[in-house]
Design a protein around this ligand. Structure first.
Ligand code: AMP
Ligand code: MG
Length: 499
């Protein structure tokens, strides 16, 4: 399969994870598929990763993206990890349907994983088939690229191919493979895997690997592992605050789906809120609402506590000291989150000079009124950009509320707050427009695109949606349809896991 004589390698791989001890992974080759077809190559991302787009889109490239051919320099492996799933610890999960091909360094000097998802069984597959269906592959492609355009840390999609085979789901569905790009695929659950085995040496090796790769500043202080924990916590707090400010619900915030690098990862039954309600849950498997919108910060802190537990032996020799250090770091989550959340809210509300007293409360009051009046999350905040500017804009935003007077009452206080700081109206508007997207990956649009592709082999709607979502902060005349909430018949109440 591997072709050492090939003229130009497709990837300039340097595989640092594969150099870790064998117990970190299982060397596994992708399973060949019947007839790969390229759905989409993300050319911008490919260029950013210094890849040859023509080569990748050629039959040979598509064979690589489908797992039928192993690119030279690749060292394919399935990563081992554990995880708390809905609060229950599972000591072995691992890449059951994903295979890491290797790592490349992009134009920005950053190292990134290239991984195939849906590329066949691995020793971690348990009862799964190791495959992915076309719908969830398109969903992850759309959502992750939409996140990138929103400026939220995320894994990305380099390519999607169909396999020419069916996967046995209910109903049977076309199979597909996603090529995922991530700062790394190391998860909180990767640490838990070794902690569950009492493998302190592996935990230290993993921590050192991560410090070198993602948190080099941590190496400069006396207690580098404490610094690592604190920085992972800070990144996660900032990430979740960004989710909250675009109305995103991840849906499966298990510890195996929390990236140590601080990226959003594993877009399964995730969705954006339309009409705002803090208790919103989409995932069909989240029966207790554990991962509801408003619970996400608390769950992140819970997950980080599980991570901190695995690091205890590295924090200090003395157990009590280690525990106190870990507890201190975990307690720091609240402050990090609140600062990030307040900063984000100030930009959304147009407050050029944020004040610690009252600004967040003002924002939370708006959310409360939105919930009581079934106001669309994205349209309301986008509407504020015009409402800060004109009476027409104010009236139009009020119409998003069942009872417009609820918004009008709030807006009086908001306008007073804006007036009290003065400032340049144009600068305010620009700041607000860059914080309040017009276009998000609304669930009904994503479902529409998937239905066209799966039922009609029509990928034009997928392309059209991607194009709009690539510029979420711009008004796009002629594309208003993509900014609108679902009609009652279009509302999607439940989303399903990618399995
Ligand atoms: P997820 O819900 O996608 O985060 O996956 C949870 C676990 O189930 C991970 O260990 C996955 O690798 C595994 N898994 C999910 N889908 C499949 C599948 N179709 N075949 C094998 N393993 C899977
Ligand atoms: Mg996962």
């Amino acid at each position: 399969m591997s072709d050492p004589t090939e003229a130009a390698p497709v990837f300039d791989f340097d595989n640092s994870y594969a150099r870790l001890p064998e117990r970190f992974y299982s060397r596994t080759l992708p399973t060949k598929v019947a007839s790969p077809r390229l759905i989409r190559l993300n050319k911008d991302l490919a260029r950013h990763l210094k890849l040859d787009t023509e080569l990748l889109a050629s039959p040979k490239g598509v064979e690589i993206l489908a797992g039928n051919r192993i690119a030279s320099g690749s060292d394919p492996l399935a990563m081992a990890y554990a995880g708390h799933q809905f609060g229950n610890f599972v000591p072995q999960l691992g890449d059951g349907r994903a295979i890491l091909l290797g790592e490349v360094t992009g134009r920005d000097g950053e190292r990134r994983d290239i991984q195939l998802k849906g590329s066949g069984p691995t020793p971690f597959s348990r009862r799964g088939d190791g495959r992915a269906a076309l719908g969830p592959v398109l969903r992850e492609y759309i959502l992750s690229e939409a996140f990138f355009a929103l400026g939220i840390p995320t894994t990305r999609a380099l390519a999607a191919v169909t396999t020419g085979e069916f996967v046995y789901r209910d109903p049977p569905a076309p199979g597909a493979v996603l090529t995922r790009v991530a700062a790394s695929h190391i998860r909180a659950g990767t640490f838990q895997y070794f902690a569950a085995r009492g493998d302190a040496e592996a935990i230290q090796l993993l921590a050192d690997h991560i410090i070198a790769r993602h948190y080099p500043q941590a190496a400069l202080v006396p207690n580098r592992y404490l610094a690592l924990l604190e920085q992972v916590i800070a990144r996660q707090a900032a990430l979740i605050s960004q989710w909250m400010h675009v109305g995103f619900i991840h849906g499966v915030m298990n510890t195996d789906n929390m990236s140590i690098a601080g990226e959003t990862i594993d877009f399964g039954p995730c969705a954006f809120i339309d009409a705002y309600h803090p208790g919103t849950v989409f995932s069909s498997i989240d029966q207790m609402g554990r991962y509801a919108y408003a619970n996400q910060p608390r769950i992140a802190q819970w997950n980080l506590t599980r991570l901190a537990e695995t690091l205890l032996p590295l924090l200090a020799e003395d157990k009590e000291t280690a525990l106190a250090l870990a507890q201190g770091a975990i307690n720091g989550f609240g402050g990090c989150y609140e600062a990030a959340y307040a900063g984000g809210f100030a930009r959304k509300l147009g407050l050029l000079q944020p004040r610690p007293d009252g600004d967040v409360a003002l924002g939370l009051d708006l959310l409360e009124k939105m919930a009581a009046n079934e106001a669309d999350f994205t349209l309301t905040f986008r509407g504020l950009c015009d409402a800060a500017w004109s009476a027409d804009g104010l009236a139009a935003t009020g119409r998003l509320f069942k009872d417009a007077s609820a918004f009008d009452d709030w807006a009086i206080r908001w306008r007073q707050r804006l007036d009290s700081e003065g400032g340049d109206a144009r600068a305010r508007r620009e700041m607000m427009r860059a914080a309040n997207p017009a276009f998000i990956a609304r669930n009904h649009l994503v479902e529409e695109v998937i239905a066209a592709a799966v039922n009609g082999n029509d990928f034009a709607p997928f392309e059209a949606l991607l194009k709009v979502l690539a510029r979420p902060f711009e008004d796009q005349p002629g594309h208003e349809r993509f900014s609108q909430p679902p009609t009652p018949s279009q509302v999607v109440y439940q989303t399903f896991c990618g399995t």
